[in-house]
Design a protein around this ligand. Structure first.
Ligand code: CLF
Ligand code: SF4
Length: 491
């Protein structure tokens, strides 16, 4: 690759004077700072494992892409939130795929994506069934890919029931990242989520099934942790069933060495044909999700940037280019371009240093923020404000508060720009989704939508285009404080 995807524009703020200049770019009408996650609290060996993994490092998700290949259709349990028959290219939730692949087809697809997407760093197998249960296909796929693309990390996601049978192979295959979905450690609660499991040649139900599953999940976690494999635990938050209980799950998995805990909202809709969807079990609100996540503070580290990907997702988290790489679209001849990925990673290393320095100065230059303030950011990656408001299908949410400027999640919305048709309804949706967020930072916005947002109490700022997110947030705060100071003097 000859040049970085996004030019380094020298916009990083390196001292307080530059911070002041950025604040001026905002203007006095702006009102509302943190830091992005980094390697500071990690030992070098762990950082080396996570620095290019978009799920295991919040910071890496700005730069690196993952792809899933749907090679593992068989599953050994039933979850009440799963129905793998459903197939829709617009549907984004685990278990959903457009085409199932053989290991050879999957390896070809990975080669094609790697040749065109230099951000690709991880190949995950996350179904559409269970990657550890459908082990022959999973193993064959990983073997084929690792022999041809040794720089791509391998990542495995499983319900945990079959995992203890494959620990030695996982270690021998250099799989550094395994996800286990654990929704309950109390079998009374577990039996409300899992109607049955298939184990040791027998279908089992009720407390027996939930107990066996729980024991195998925790055993997998302990065994993998002992062997140096990083384990992320996923839990689906199901209101009224395991919401309070997830705090106990968080403690239990931390005690057994989980690297991250990802608490995800249940996705439930009758149209999906799942047991929960058909029986009216609702998913949590954003506030309910955040409440449980916040209640787990101090326990296992929480992942807050999960996008609940499809089992055939391709691209940066938050984008899905899977439909660009269906089998019929793969080129006849595929040539690997490892030098492009190596050049991209070098560029990312430089960009990270620059961004970390800029963020430090931004933090140092920012007055303490008494009332936490949210910012919605339009970005296509690299930790910069580099996406037109009208092209954004999700907003990354940053909070400026007492402990700095930090990423706290994302909110999805269909993109506003429809060429005039249906724009108004979409704006209503964007305004609804951004409730409680007073600022949008974007690369560009038209006067019409700017005025609509302003009328709803949301200020859109596009004068900080291409800035790092943290420095831009700090600049807005500096501008707001300067305005408040001038108002106080003149009063
Ligand atoms: Fe895939 Fe999962 Fe590996 Fe990531 S996804 S197997 S750890 S490479 Fe990531 Fe997608 Fe969330 Fe999963 S955003 S659903 S946490
Ligand atoms: Fe579906 Fe995964 Fe549960 Fe199996 S473990 S039923 S594939 S969600």
């Amino acid at each position: 690759m000859s040049a970085p995807l996004i030019p380094i524009s020298g916009l990083a703020l390196s001292d307080r004077a530059q911070m002041g200049q950025a604040a001026e770019k905002v203007g006095c009408s702006a009102s509302s700072c943190g830091s992005s996650a980094g390697p500071a609290d990690m030992d070098p060996a762990t950082w080396a494992k996570v620095k290019d993994h978009p799920c295991y490092s919040e910071e890496a998700h700005h730069y690196f892409a993952r792809m899933h290949v749907a090679v593992a259709p068989a599953c050994n349990i039933q979850c009440n939130y799963c129905n793998r028959k459903y197939d829709c290219a617009n549907e984004s939730r685990p278990g959903v795929v457009s085409e199932r692949l053989t290991p050879e087809q999957a390896a070809r697809k990975v080669l094609a994506v790697a040749a065109q997407v230099p951000q690709l760093s991880v190949l995950g197998i996350a179904g559409p069934g269970d990657a550890a249960y459908d082990w022959r296909r999973t193993r064959e796929t990983f073997d084929l890919v690792s022999s041809r693309l040794p720089d791509i990390k391998l990542c495995l996601s499983s319900n945990g029931l079959a995992l203890p049978d494959h620990i030695d192979e996982i270690v021998a295959m250099n799989i550094d990242h395994v996800t286990i979905t654990i929704n309950a450690i109390d079998p009374e609660i577990g039996q409300q989520i899992y109607p049955w499991i298939f184990y040791d040649g027998k279908r089992r139900t009720g407390i027996e099934a939930a107990t066996i599953l729980r024991d195998r999940q925790l055993k997998s976690l302990e065994m993998l942790h002992e062997r140096g494999v990083l384990v992320k635990v996923n839990s689906v938050l199901i209101p009224g069933i395991n919401d309070d209980h997830l705090i106990e799950v968080n403690k239990a998995v931390k005690a057994r060495g989980a690297f991250l805990h990802n608490i995800m909202p249940l996705i439930s809709d009758p149209a999906h044909g799942t047991h929960f969807g058909l029986t009216g079990q609702r998913g949590p609100t954003a506030a309910e999700l955040r409440k449980v996540q916040d209640a787990c503070a101090g326990g296992a580290n929480l992942m807050r940037h999960c996008r609940q990907c499809r089992a055939d997702a391709v691209g940066l988290l938050g984008e899905d280019r899977g439909q660009d790489f269906t089998l019929d679209k793969l080129p006849e001849t595929i040539e690997d371009t490892p030098e492009a990925r190596a050049a991209y990673r070098e560029w990312v290393a430089e960009e990270r240093r620059d961004r970390a320095t800029a963020a430090q100065f931004a933090e140092a230059a920012t007055e303490p923020v008494e009332t936490p303030t949210l910012f919605a950011v339009c970005t296509r990656g690299s930790g910069r404000i580099n996406l037109h408001f009208g092209k954004a299908t999700e907003f990354q949410i940053y909070e400026a508060g007492a402990d700095g400027i930090r990423f706290v999640g994302h909110r999805r919305a269909d993109n506003y720009c429809l060429g005039g048709h249906g724009d108004s309804e979409r704006m209503d949706e964007v305004i609804r989704v951004l409730e409680g967020v007073p600022y949008i930072l974007c690369a560009k916005i038209g006067e019409g939508p700017r005025a609509r947002l302003a009328a709803a109490g949301i200020e859109a700022i596009d004068s900080l285009a291409q800035d790092y997110i943290e420095t831009a947030v700090a600049a807005v705060l500096a501008s707001r404080n300067a305005c408040l100071g001038r108002s106080a003097e003149s009063a």
